[in-house]
Design a protein around this ligand. Sequence first.
Ligand SMILES: Cc1ncc(COP(=O)(O)O)c(C=O)c1O
Length: 232
Amino acid sequence: MSRRPPRRQRATFRPLTGTQLESLVARHGTPLLVIDCSAIRHQYRALAAALPGVGLYYALKPLPHPDVVATLRDLGAGFDVATAGEIALVRALATLPPGVRVIAEPGRFIAGPAGTVVASVIGRAQREGRWWYYLDDGLYGSYSGQLFDHARYPIDALGVRGPRHPSVLAGPTCDSIDVIREDIPLPELSLGDLVVGRTMGAYTAAHATDFNFIPRARIVAVNRRTGRQRAD
Ligand SMILES: Cc1ncc(COP(=O)(O)O)c(C=O)c1O
């Protein structure tokens, strides 16, 4: 169900800049999942334009977050709800449609590009000539999509210059599978440096765990209102 036709569509959306991510980290700390609602709007409008006449029902699974629901509700999107939790979330923010319709249930297309994960280097060690960097987020947290969704995200250090060397990025649990990348070219990182994973909105926070008593990433939504594109 699309209650309203899609409005103007921007050709693309601008990824969050390093400065914006640094200022969000200064306010909220790491690990942090930043949801860019302007990316949600962009993806929804692109899909609506590509599928005229098809009712778009966002599948909540990949990113069941209230700001995502509110953003899509304001665009006239429908919601594909299957569990009691999803029904409660949508009921609190939007109206459930009556009856049966032919629909599309996009999830990752809408939510994926909206998520940026920022983690801090909390430890490092040199092993057999290669730097291992330990982050405060990993495969049991936001990077769980690498296990459950076989995803591979663009990852880079934020604002660190210097020659790049093949490095290992690991999560905070010391568990042997908690390795994000075994061979990623990175400049030499120091404790406190930030590592950013892009396109991490879908199937990341949705199945992150608190394994090892390590808290999962805080979630913050930015660009919640159209017209205030770069503010939260
Ligand atoms: C019934 C149903 N619809 C839609 C989706 C969303 O799939 P995707 O995120 O790949 O678009 C899922 C995902 O598991 C699903 O189970």
